[in-house]
Design a protein around this ligand. Structure first.
Ligand code: NDP
Ligand code: GDR
Length: 363
């Protein structure tokens, strides 16, 4: 019998990598997608097309939303999933300061709605549940490195909503014996990363600066440190968490941390540009050593009301119990992202030179 999985957030970065992983493992994959006035399935269109032409169709998309209980209950009742991966969320930390109530509803109560659906539908012995928890829970530094036992101290509406989701997942595991796990994942990136997250903003801009479509890159806090891994490695850990004898919570991280500033340098190095930093605070800027042009500026709008200064995860438990180890290091990650973005920018350039509309990026 093939296993059946339901992925919420299938149109996002992790959803697309996870869908591919599960299909390769022989699963039947159902995904929840939101209705949108523009296409939002770009990351999974290749999977959809491939499956459409296949005699063995195992990929199905359904309209839905984490804020809509009746929709979730109906879908779960129809799909009868063996595994639910709850990846859907308003996932942008800075945006959560602008939309705190919606973020709490989707990211916090949305998780409760799924767990309640499992309970209402009497699937507690059948359906395993993965919750996309986050290193943002650690927030204000309490311990370095951060591990499963490190106290949480959320620093944004996003993190506070995810804190509720974390604990309600633990509670449903303890109260109703649901096989439910929190993956406390540290930042993970890829060429499919949303373009407003800092790594992708950097690689997209660096490729455009290199090819002459943009003059400079504007950023906020360059001193924030993150433990950055590759999304492809991290979805493997999600799956492994749901294949154990007992449900537990796991930190998933590389065990290394670098500042945003270093990520910027690595990205410019990859396209052969040497950057030199000048000035301090919001006067700081990066110049191209060869041309003297300013290529990085500080934009006060990009700072957050409260920041998470330092994230560094200890993945020992995942290594020991899940036999999980990241395969892709930071240099390789940056290289992959830069080369994918150089390709996109080359396409934009071709469009521009031939008078066709092309992708505009706000600097
Ligand atoms: P993305 O922002 O790329 O994807 C989020 C997904 O959630 C999208 O498919 C989005 O749909 C969907 N979504 C948003 N709101 C709703 C809603 N109300 N109802 C249904 N679907 C919704 O995130 P990632 O793939 O990077 O992350 C996946 C999950 O992991 C998120 O929960 C995130 O918070 C968490 N996480 C991510 C980390 C990371 O570094 N990437 C680290 C730790 C945790 P649409 O495409 O229509 O916008
Ligand atoms: P984060 O990721 O907040 O860690 O959340 P993001 O890439 O947005 O920020 C990382 C750090 O970079 C600093 N920064 C900037 N960030 C953005 N987006 N844009 C800028 O211009 C900029 N300049 C500096 C930020 O201040 C921050 O310190 C991500 C999301 O995927 C969450 O959903 C997830 O839970 C966590 O990672 C783990």
């Amino acid at each position: 019998m093939r296993k059946i999985a339901l992925i919420t957030g299938i149109t996002g970065q992790d959803g697309s990598y996870l869908a591919e992983l599960l299909l390769n493992k022989g699963y039947i994959v159902h995904g929840l997608k939101r209705r949108s006035s523009t296409f939002n399935t770009i990351r999974i269109d290749n999977i959809y097309q491939e499956q459409l032409n296949s005699v063995d169709q195992r990929f199905f998309l359904h309209y839905g939303d984490l804020t809509d209980s009746t929709n979730l209950i109906r879908l779960i009742s129809e799909i009868q999933p063996d595994e639910i991966y709850n990846l859907a969320a308003q996932s942008h930390v800075q945006v959560s300061f602008e939309t705190p109530e919606y973020t709490a509803n989707a990211d916090g109560i949305g998780t409760l709605r799924l767990l309640e659906a499992i309970r209402i539908l009497k699937l507690t012995n059948k359906t395993r549940f993965y919750q996309a928890s986050t290193s943002e829970l650690y927030g204000l530094v309490q311990e370095i490195p951060q591990r499963e036992t490190t106290p949480f101290y959320p620093r944004s509406p996003y993190a506070a909503a995810k804190l509720y989701a974390y604990w309600i997942t633990v509670n449903y595991r303890e109260a109703y014996n649901i096989y439910a796990c929190n993956g406390i994942l540290f930042n993970h990136e890829s060429p499919l990363r949303g373009e407003t997250f800092v790594t992708r903003k950097i690689t997209r801009s660096v490729s455009r600066i290199k090819l002459g479509l943009q003059q400079s890159l504007s950023l906020g806090n360059l001193d924030a440190k993150r433990d950055w891994g590759h999304a492809k490695d991290y979805v493997e850990a999600m799956w492994k968490m749901l294949q154990q004898d007992e449900p537990e919570d796991y930190v998933v991280a590389t065990g290394q941390t670098v500042a945003v500033r270093e990520f910027v340098q690595l990205a410019f190095e990859e396209v052969g540009i040497n950057i030199e930093w000048r000035g301090t605070g919001i006067e700081e800027h990066g110049i191209n050593r060869d041309t003297g042009e300013i290529i990085v500026k500080i934009d006060p709008k990009c700072f957050r009301p409260t920041e998470v200064d330092l994230l560094l995860g200890d993945p020992t438990k995942a290594q020991n119990k899940l036999n999980w180890k990241p395969q892709i290091g930071l240099t390789q990650l940056v290289r992959e992202m830069i080369h994918a973005d150089l390709e996109l920018t080359t396409r934009d350039l071709l469009c521009k030179d031939n008078g066709f509309p092309y992708y505009h990026f706000s600097e």
